[in-house]
Every structure is written in C-alpha cells, then in structure tokens.
Write a protein that binds this ligand. Structure first.
Ligand SMILES: Nc1ncnc2c1ncn2[C@@H]1O[C@H](COP(=O)(O)OP(=O)(O)OP(=O)(O)O)[C@@H](O)[C@H]1O
Ligand SMILES: [Mg+2]
Length: 367
C-alpha cells in the first residue's frame, strides 16, 4: 500500500474512533442531563412531550456528529495528502538519485533544504554518495597507476630480451643484472600492492603488546645505519626521556620506522642529517623522523599518505619508490589507534610524526 493511503487510513481511523466515542458519550450525557434537568420541571407534563424533547436532543447530537464527520473527514484527507507529499516527495527524489548513482553517475546528490529528520537522512545519504564517488575515483586512478607502474619494468625487460635476441645487446653479466633488477622491481611492486590490499582489507593481523619505544628505534636504526653511512648522512637520535612502553605490534612498529627512515634517506641529499625523536605526550608516545632533505611543497603535503602518491610524478621508479610506503605506514598507525602527520618546508626538510598509545592506556582501551 502506498504511503499516502496508509496515512489516510490512519487519519480516518483516528477520526472515526474519536467521533464514535464522542458521539456515544455526548449522547448519553445530553440525554441524562435533559432528563434530570427537565424531570422535575416537567413532572406534570405529559410523558409524550418529555420523550419528544429527548428525541430532539438526541437527533441534534446526531446531526452535529454527522457535520463533524464530514468536516473532519475532508480535513483528514487533505492533511494526509499534504503529509504524504512532504514525506514521499524527498523519498522519491532520493530513490531517483540512488538509481542514478547505481548506474554510474557518482556525482548525483539529493537536494533538500529543511533541517528535519528527512534532512538528516538526506545529509547522511549525500555523505555516503560522496564517499562512494571518492572510492570509485581512487579505484580507477589506482588501476591506471598500477598498470603504469607494471608497464615500465616489463617494457625494459622486453627491450633487453629483444636486444639479446637481435644481437644488439651483448649477453654480458651486466645485461642479465639489468634484467634481474627490473624483475626485482616488478616483484617488489607486486609485493607492495599485495601488502597494501591485505592491510586495507584488515587481513593483516596485528598483535599488540607493550613495546619499549627506545628498543624499537635502536633496532630499526641498526638495520638501516649502513645505508646512512654510505650516503654520508648524519643520524641523530633523541631518546633522552625514560618512556612508558607503547601498545603496538612490535614488528609493525619497526616496519613503520624503517619506512620513514627509508624516505628520509631517499629524499635527503648527501651530507644532510636525519633525526629520530621520541617523546612522552600525555597518554601517548610521539615519534618523529626529521630530515634536512628536499622537502615537500604545501600543495602535495596533504596527499603524501595516499596510495601511489609521489610528489615528483616524472621521477623514474628506479630512482624513487612506488608511493606506497606512507600509505602502509598510515594504515598501520591508524589500526594501532595512533595518529600521524607531516610538516615540511621545501628545500629545508621534512618531519613525519606519529603517536601510539601507551601500553597502560592501550590495555585499558583494548579488548
Ligand atoms: N622525507 C621526505 N622528504 C621529501 N619527500 C618525501 C619524504 N617522505 C615522503 N616524501 C614524498 O611523499 C611521497 C610518498 O612517499 P611514500 O613513502 O609513500 O612513497 P615512496 O617513498 O615514493 O615509495 P615507497 O615508499 O613505496 O618505496 C614520495 O614519493 C615523496 O615525494
Ligand atoms: Mg617511501
């Protein structure tokens, strides 16, 4: 049954019950009142006259009720139509927009001005549509980027192989090494994509436990120190405070630190310096990796945590990364109930920071 009919039926039902009750009780009351009022007065009158007065009162009440039914019935029909229109029109519009979105027109939105419950609903509907649009855009961009990232090493491998077959490229160890390097790039990229999709699907299980921040930082530095030495980069570590343990998966914390240190290493020219600072910040511990590298322009800064986002789009993947590292880092930190951010001045340097809950807070808030 359409909403407008349901509303009409409910209005009419209320009306009929109300009038029935009113008419019955009013009739009873009126007849009783007439009898008691006129009983004494007309004691000497003929009983026929008395009954006639009673019948007239009763008929008057009936007439009044009929007029009431008529007027209230018309009002009920009009009211139920107006209310039904108020509700069904935006709902119909919303259904229309939903169908258009389903057919691929992701830019469609519901227009509704009033700040009532329907307004709240259309607001939530529009938010959902906006998210859907953003996800869809990201998905198509992602496919294009993945295709592009895969094509470069594949084209190179194809080129070397054709060169070898035609005799243009000599079968030397360097040639094979180049092919191996390109294949390595391919498998790294595929591995990164797999890691990212697993992580975003919530497939990578985190096993948080209390972790000593200082031990985690020193562990990561041990792994990467030789690369810094090779590039003549100074490593400064600020771990002065005695810090409470953090509530995190230790392996993932190391992965985060290594990713940030790898970025600092990659984007800081020789002779620069990189510092790692860990501080207490209330209920959390704050980690920051700062460098004196090339920096990030303000327009790019809000996007660096997005998948495949790289400031220098033209840079070959051989020199830089695929733009996945920080997306993985953000996902890990957010899954660990932390926050993350970055500050940068182009030409001067970059700081990427993140916080993690202290073990006590993590345990209290955890399952
Ligand atoms: N410390 C930094 N200094 C300057 N630019 C940075 C720094 N860290 C990140 N960026 C910029 O942010 C982009 C995204 O970083 P991200 O770590 O996600 O990707 P990547 O390092 O290019 O590749 P990957 O980490 O996947 O190997 C980088 O391409 C770079 O342009
Ligand atoms: Mg990186």
């Amino acid at each position: 049954m359409a909403l407008r009919w349901k509303l009409l039926v409910s209005h009419l039902a209320v009306l009929i019950v109300g009038l029935l009750v009113a008419s019955l009780s009013f009739r009873g009351v009126a007849v009783r009142a007439t009898s008691s009022h006129m009983g004494g007065m007309m004691a000497g009158m003929m009983p026929g006259v008395f009954r006639g007065v009673q019948a007239a009162v009763s008929a008057g009440v009936q007439q009044a009720v009929l007029v009431g039914v008529g007027v209230a019935g018309v009002v009920a029909v009009v009211a139920s139509l107006v209310v039904a229109l108020w509700i069904t029109r935006p709902l119909g519009h919303m259904a229309d927009v939903a169908r258009r979105i389903a057919s691929g027109q992701y830019g469609q939105r519901v227009v509704y001005g009033a700040a009532d419950e329907i307004g709240e609903f259309t607001g939530a509907f529009n938010d959902m549509a906006a998210r859907l649009e953003a996800t869809e855009k990201l998905r198509s961009e992602l496919l294009a980027t993945i295709a592009h990232e895969l094509r470069t090493p594949l084209t190179n491998i194809e080129g070397y192989m054709e060169g070898l077959l035609d005799g243009v490229v000599r079968p030397e160890p360097q040639t094979y090494e180049m092919v191996r390097k390109e294949a390595g790039r391919l498998s790294r990229l595929v591995g990164d994509i797999q890691r990212l999709s697993r992580l975003e699907a919530g497939g990578e299980r985190l096993e948080p436990r209390p972790v000593d921040a200082a031990v985690a930082v020193r562990g990561a530095l041990e792994i990467i120190r030789s690369q810094f030495d090779q590039k003549n980069l100074v490593l400064v570590v600020d771990l002065t405070d005695r810090l409470a343990p953090v509530w995190v998966d230790g392996d993932k914390l190391q992965q985060v630190l290594l990713n940030l240190l790898a970025n600092a290493h990659r984007y800081t020219p020789e002779g620069g310096s990189v510092s790692v600072r860990v501080q207490d910040s209330g209920s959390a511990i704050r980690f920051a990796v700062s460098d004196t590298g090339i920096g990030i322009p303000p327009a790019d800064l809000p996007h660096i945590f997005e998948r495949f986002y790289r400031v220098d789009k033209s840079r070959s993947s051989a020199g830089g990364g695929a733009g996945i590292g920080l997306a993985v880092v953000r996902s890990l930190i957010e899954q660990s109930a932390g926050t993350i951010g970055a500050e940068s001045v182009p030409g001067e340097g970059t700081t990427v920071w993140f916080t993690l809950p202290k073990a006590a807070a993590g345990i209290a808030g955890g399952p």
